[in-house]
Ligand binder design. Structure first.
Ligand SMILES: [Zn+2]
Ligand SMILES: [Zn+2]
Length: 302
Protein backbone atom coordinates (compact mmCIF):
# COMPACT_ATOMS: atom_id res chain seq x y z
CA UNK A 1 0.00 0.00 0.00
CA UNK A 2 1.04 3.57 -0.56
CA UNK A 3 -0.57 6.97 -0.03
CA UNK A 4 -0.41 9.90 -2.45
CA UNK A 5 -1.26 13.23 -0.85
CA UNK A 6 -3.37 15.53 -3.05
CA UNK A 7 -4.08 18.17 -0.42
CA UNK A 8 -3.68 18.65 3.32
CA UNK A 9 -4.83 22.13 4.24
CA UNK A 10 -7.81 23.02 6.41
CA UNK A 11 -10.47 25.70 6.02
CA UNK A 12 -9.14 27.90 3.18
CA UNK A 13 -6.54 27.51 0.45
CA UNK A 14 -3.28 29.02 1.63
CA UNK A 15 0.35 29.22 0.57
CA UNK A 16 -0.26 26.92 -2.39
CA UNK A 17 -1.79 24.25 -0.15
CA UNK A 18 -5.07 22.58 -1.14
CA UNK A 19 -7.94 21.05 0.77
CA UNK A 20 -7.83 17.52 2.15
CA UNK A 21 -7.70 14.62 -0.30
CA UNK A 22 -5.45 11.61 -0.69
CA UNK A 23 -5.25 8.42 -2.71
CA UNK A 24 -4.56 5.07 -1.08
CA UNK A 25 -3.25 2.58 -3.63
CA UNK A 26 -3.66 -1.09 -2.85
CA UNK A 27 -3.17 -3.90 -5.31
CA UNK A 28 -4.03 -1.75 -8.35
CA UNK A 29 -7.17 -0.39 -6.69
CA UNK A 30 -7.26 3.32 -5.93
CA UNK A 31 -9.24 4.61 -2.97
CA UNK A 32 -9.88 8.35 -2.72
CA UNK A 33 -10.07 9.54 0.89
CA UNK A 34 -11.83 12.89 1.30
CA UNK A 35 -12.37 15.14 -1.67
CA UNK A 36 -11.95 18.83 -0.90
CA UNK A 37 -12.49 21.51 -3.53
CA UNK A 38 -9.88 21.25 -6.28
CA UNK A 39 -9.30 17.52 -5.87
CA UNK A 40 -9.85 16.69 -9.54
CA UNK A 41 -7.38 19.41 -10.54
CA UNK A 42 -4.85 17.94 -8.13
CA UNK A 43 -5.52 14.48 -9.58
CA UNK A 44 -4.68 15.78 -13.02
CA UNK A 45 -1.55 17.51 -11.73
CA UNK A 46 -0.29 14.32 -10.11
CA UNK A 47 -1.42 12.05 -12.98
CA UNK A 48 -4.11 10.05 -11.21
CA UNK A 49 -6.53 8.61 -13.76
CA UNK A 50 -10.14 9.16 -12.70
CA UNK A 51 -11.08 5.75 -14.08
CA UNK A 52 -8.78 4.06 -11.56
CA UNK A 53 -10.80 5.32 -8.59
CA UNK A 54 -12.66 2.33 -7.21
CA UNK A 55 -14.20 3.83 -4.07
CA UNK A 56 -14.42 7.19 -2.31
CA UNK A 57 -14.44 7.62 1.47
CA UNK A 58 -15.68 10.93 2.94
CA UNK A 59 -14.87 11.60 6.61
CA UNK A 60 -17.47 14.31 7.30
CA UNK A 61 -19.52 17.01 5.66
CA UNK A 62 -17.37 20.05 6.38
CA UNK A 63 -16.69 21.65 3.01
CA UNK A 64 -12.90 21.30 3.09
CA UNK A 65 -13.41 17.51 2.96
CA UNK A 66 -16.04 17.06 0.26
CA UNK A 67 -16.80 20.20 -1.79
CA UNK A 68 -14.89 18.66 -4.70
CA UNK A 69 -17.06 15.56 -4.79
CA UNK A 70 -19.96 16.49 -7.08
CA UNK A 71 -17.60 18.02 -9.62
CA UNK A 72 -15.49 14.87 -9.64
CA UNK A 73 -18.55 12.61 -10.00
CA UNK A 74 -19.74 14.74 -12.91
CA UNK A 75 -16.36 14.61 -14.66
CA UNK A 76 -16.33 10.81 -14.34
CA UNK A 77 -19.76 10.89 -16.03
CA UNK A 78 -18.51 13.16 -18.84
CA UNK A 79 -15.63 10.73 -19.41
CA UNK A 80 -18.19 7.94 -19.87
CA UNK A 81 -17.41 5.86 -16.81
CA UNK A 82 -19.48 2.70 -16.63
CA UNK A 83 -17.95 0.87 -13.68
CA UNK A 84 -19.77 1.02 -10.36
CA UNK A 85 -18.38 3.53 -7.84
CA UNK A 86 -18.52 2.84 -4.11
CA UNK A 87 -19.19 5.98 -2.07
CA UNK A 88 -18.81 5.76 1.70
CA UNK A 89 -19.54 8.58 4.13
CA UNK A 90 -21.70 10.06 6.88
CA UNK A 91 -25.50 10.13 6.95
CA UNK A 92 -26.71 12.82 4.57
CA UNK A 93 -24.04 12.28 1.94
CA UNK A 94 -26.47 10.52 -0.40
CA UNK A 95 -29.03 13.37 -0.03
CA UNK A 96 -26.43 16.05 -0.78
CA UNK A 97 -25.10 14.30 -3.88
CA UNK A 98 -28.54 13.29 -5.15
CA UNK A 99 -29.95 16.82 -4.79
CA UNK A 100 -27.08 18.40 -6.70
CA UNK A 101 -27.33 15.86 -9.51
CA UNK A 102 -31.12 15.99 -9.73
CA UNK A 103 -31.25 19.81 -9.84
CA UNK A 104 -28.99 19.72 -12.90
CA UNK A 105 -30.96 16.79 -14.34
CA UNK A 106 -27.79 14.74 -14.51
CA UNK A 107 -28.27 11.01 -14.84
CA UNK A 108 -24.84 9.50 -14.30
CA UNK A 109 -23.41 7.04 -16.83
CA UNK A 110 -22.41 4.71 -13.97
CA UNK A 111 -24.04 3.42 -10.79
CA UNK A 112 -23.07 4.64 -7.32
CA UNK A 113 -23.35 2.28 -4.37
CA UNK A 114 -23.73 4.39 -1.23
CA UNK A 115 -22.75 3.26 2.24
CA UNK A 116 -23.64 5.67 5.02
CA UNK A 117 -22.16 4.72 8.37
CA UNK A 118 -23.75 4.99 11.78
CA UNK A 119 -22.17 7.79 13.86
CA UNK A 120 -20.10 6.85 16.92
CA UNK A 121 -19.98 3.21 15.91
CA UNK A 122 -17.04 1.19 14.66
CA UNK A 123 -18.40 -0.38 11.53
CA UNK A 124 -17.17 -2.41 8.59
CA UNK A 125 -17.94 -0.26 5.54
CA UNK A 126 -15.94 -1.91 2.78
CA UNK A 127 -14.45 -5.31 2.04
CA UNK A 128 -12.82 -6.94 -0.96
CA UNK A 129 -10.47 -9.89 -1.43
CA UNK A 130 -7.45 -7.95 -0.21
CA UNK A 131 -8.60 -5.62 2.55
CA UNK A 132 -11.26 -4.40 4.92
CA UNK A 133 -12.14 -0.83 5.86
CA UNK A 134 -13.76 0.03 9.19
CA UNK A 135 -14.79 3.41 10.54
CA UNK A 136 -12.88 5.17 13.34
CA UNK A 137 -15.40 7.40 15.18
CA UNK A 138 -13.81 10.78 15.95
CA UNK A 139 -14.65 13.73 18.22
CA UNK A 140 -15.51 16.71 16.02
CA UNK A 141 -18.18 19.41 15.74
CA UNK A 142 -20.31 17.29 13.41
CA UNK A 143 -20.43 13.53 12.84
CA UNK A 144 -16.95 12.57 11.68
CA UNK A 145 -15.16 9.31 11.16
CA UNK A 146 -11.73 8.18 10.12
CA UNK A 147 -11.10 5.00 8.15
CA UNK A 148 -8.97 2.04 9.09
CA UNK A 149 -7.64 0.15 6.04
CA UNK A 150 -6.40 -3.31 7.01
CA UNK A 151 -4.95 -5.80 4.56
CA UNK A 152 -6.18 -9.35 4.99
CA UNK A 153 -3.66 -12.11 5.73
CA UNK A 154 -1.76 -12.99 2.57
CA UNK A 155 -1.30 -16.51 1.17
CA UNK A 156 1.71 -18.71 1.81
CA UNK A 157 4.36 -18.19 -0.87
CA UNK A 158 5.81 -21.01 -2.93
CA UNK A 159 9.61 -20.92 -2.76
CA UNK A 160 11.15 -20.09 -6.13
CA UNK A 161 14.26 -22.01 -5.20
CA UNK A 162 12.46 -25.12 -3.98
CA UNK A 163 9.71 -25.02 -6.59
CA UNK A 164 9.79 -28.16 -8.70
CA UNK A 165 9.41 -27.67 -12.46
CA UNK A 166 6.53 -30.11 -12.73
CA UNK A 167 4.28 -28.26 -10.26
CA UNK A 168 0.75 -28.07 -11.65
CA UNK A 169 -1.70 -25.26 -10.99
CA UNK A 170 -3.83 -27.55 -8.79
CA UNK A 171 -0.75 -28.46 -6.77
CA UNK A 172 0.19 -24.81 -6.37
CA UNK A 173 -3.30 -24.07 -5.01
CA UNK A 174 -2.95 -26.90 -2.46
CA UNK A 175 0.43 -25.62 -1.33
CA UNK A 176 -0.88 -22.05 -0.97
CA UNK A 177 -3.63 -23.41 1.27
CA UNK A 178 -0.93 -24.89 3.49
CA UNK A 179 -1.57 -28.51 2.44
CA UNK A 180 0.88 -31.21 1.33
CA UNK A 181 0.72 -32.60 -2.21
CA UNK A 182 0.28 -36.35 -2.59
CA UNK A 183 0.99 -38.72 -5.50
CA UNK A 184 -1.89 -40.74 -7.00
CA UNK A 185 -0.91 -43.70 -4.82
CA UNK A 186 -1.24 -41.55 -1.70
CA UNK A 187 2.48 -41.22 -1.04
CA UNK A 188 3.91 -37.79 -0.22
CA UNK A 189 5.01 -35.79 -3.26
CA UNK A 190 5.76 -32.35 -1.72
CA UNK A 191 5.82 -31.64 1.97
CA UNK A 192 4.36 -28.14 2.35
CA UNK A 193 7.00 -26.73 4.67
CA UNK A 194 9.80 -27.89 2.34
CA UNK A 195 8.63 -25.87 -0.66
CA UNK A 196 6.90 -22.83 0.85
CA UNK A 197 7.79 -19.60 2.60
CA UNK A 198 5.75 -17.64 5.16
CA UNK A 199 3.25 -15.10 3.76
CA UNK A 200 4.29 -11.51 3.20
CA UNK A 201 3.21 -9.27 6.10
CA UNK A 202 -0.14 -7.50 5.97
CA UNK A 203 -0.15 -3.74 6.44
CA UNK A 204 -2.61 -1.22 7.80
CA UNK A 205 -3.30 2.47 7.39
CA UNK A 206 -5.36 4.58 9.81
CA UNK A 207 -6.74 7.81 8.37
CA UNK A 208 -7.76 10.02 11.29
CA UNK A 209 -9.57 13.08 10.00
CA UNK A 210 -10.75 16.14 11.93
CA UNK A 211 -10.82 15.48 15.66
CA UNK A 212 -10.16 16.81 19.09
CA UNK A 213 -7.31 14.98 20.85
CA UNK A 214 -8.61 11.52 21.74
CA UNK A 215 -6.16 9.63 23.99
CA UNK A 216 -8.30 6.50 23.65
CA UNK A 217 -7.82 6.54 19.88
CA UNK A 218 -4.38 4.91 20.21
CA UNK A 219 -5.84 1.71 21.62
CA UNK A 220 -8.25 1.38 18.68
CA UNK A 221 -5.50 1.66 16.06
CA UNK A 222 -2.78 -0.18 18.00
CA UNK A 223 0.27 -1.32 16.01
CA UNK A 224 -0.91 0.34 12.80
CA UNK A 225 1.86 0.67 10.25
CA UNK A 226 1.06 4.24 9.24
CA UNK A 227 -1.26 6.79 10.84
CA UNK A 228 -2.48 9.99 9.24
CA UNK A 229 -3.64 12.33 11.99
CA UNK A 230 -4.85 15.88 11.68
CA UNK A 231 -2.75 18.60 13.29
CA UNK A 232 -4.48 21.87 12.55
CA UNK A 233 -2.32 23.76 15.03
CA UNK A 234 0.93 23.69 16.95
CA UNK A 235 0.98 23.56 20.72
CA UNK A 236 0.84 27.32 21.42
CA UNK A 237 -2.70 27.17 19.97
CA UNK A 238 -3.73 24.17 22.08
CA UNK A 239 -6.73 25.94 23.60
CA UNK A 240 -8.03 26.95 20.21
CA UNK A 241 -7.48 23.39 18.99
CA UNK A 242 -9.65 22.03 21.79
CA UNK A 243 -12.40 24.64 21.43
CA UNK A 244 -12.67 24.03 17.67
CA UNK A 245 -12.46 20.22 18.01
CA UNK A 246 -9.05 19.96 16.37
CA UNK A 247 -5.62 18.68 17.44
CA UNK A 248 -2.06 19.95 17.74
CA UNK A 249 1.02 18.33 16.20
CA UNK A 250 2.11 17.27 19.68
CA UNK A 251 -1.22 15.55 20.35
CA UNK A 252 -1.13 13.73 17.00
CA UNK A 253 2.38 12.52 17.83
CA UNK A 254 1.22 11.30 21.23
CA UNK A 255 -1.50 9.21 19.57
CA UNK A 256 1.06 7.68 17.17
CA UNK A 257 3.47 6.97 20.04
CA UNK A 258 0.80 5.37 22.24
CA UNK A 259 -0.44 3.31 19.27
CA UNK A 260 3.13 2.06 18.67
CA UNK A 261 2.77 2.96 15.01
CA UNK A 262 5.68 2.73 12.59
CA UNK A 263 5.02 6.13 11.09
CA UNK A 264 2.89 9.27 11.34
CA UNK A 265 1.72 11.72 8.68
CA UNK A 266 0.60 15.15 9.84
CA UNK A 267 -1.98 17.12 7.86
CA UNK A 268 -4.97 19.50 7.93
CA UNK A 269 -2.76 22.50 8.56
CA UNK A 270 -4.43 25.75 9.51
CA UNK A 271 -4.23 28.55 6.96
CA UNK A 272 -2.57 30.77 9.58
CA UNK A 273 0.77 28.95 9.10
CA UNK A 274 2.92 30.06 6.17
CA UNK A 275 5.53 27.37 6.84
CA UNK A 276 5.12 23.93 8.37
CA UNK A 277 8.52 23.29 9.97
CA UNK A 278 7.12 23.98 13.44
CA UNK A 279 4.67 21.07 13.12
CA UNK A 280 7.45 18.65 12.29
CA UNK A 281 9.80 19.79 15.04
CA UNK A 282 7.06 19.66 17.66
CA UNK A 283 5.82 16.21 16.68
CA UNK A 284 9.26 14.64 16.37
CA UNK A 285 10.04 15.53 19.98
CA UNK A 286 7.37 12.96 20.88
CA UNK A 287 7.41 10.62 17.89
CA UNK A 288 10.51 10.58 15.69
CA UNK A 289 9.00 8.82 12.67
CA UNK A 290 6.79 11.78 11.70
CA UNK A 291 6.45 13.30 8.23
CA UNK A 292 4.37 16.16 6.85
CA UNK A 293 1.62 15.18 4.41
CA UNK A 294 2.91 17.41 1.63
CA UNK A 295 0.83 17.33 -1.55
CA UNK A 296 2.39 15.47 -4.45
CA UNK A 297 4.38 13.20 -2.13
CA UNK A 298 3.84 9.45 -1.89
CA UNK A 299 4.36 7.54 1.34
CA UNK A 300 4.75 3.78 1.53
CA UNK A 301 2.77 1.98 4.22
CA UNK A 302 5.43 -0.15 5.92
ZN1 LIG B 1 -11.42 20.05 8.00
ZN1 LIG C 1 -14.11 19.46 10.03
Amino acid sequence: MEVLILGSNSAAFAYGRHHTAQILKNDNKFFLIDCGEGTQIQMRRYKVKLSRIHAIFISHLHGDHYFGLTGLLNTMHLFGREAKLRLVGPPGLRDVVSLQLSMSRTSLSYPIEFTEWIPETEQLVYEDQKLTVTTIPLDHRIDCSGYFFIEKPKPIRISREAIPDQLSQAEAILLKKGEDVLNLDGSLKFKNEDVTLPPNPSYSYAYCSDTKYMPELAEKIKNTNLIYHESSFTEEMAERATSTFHSTARQAAQVAKDAKANGLLLGHFSSRYSTLDGFLTEAREIFEETELAIEGQTFKVV
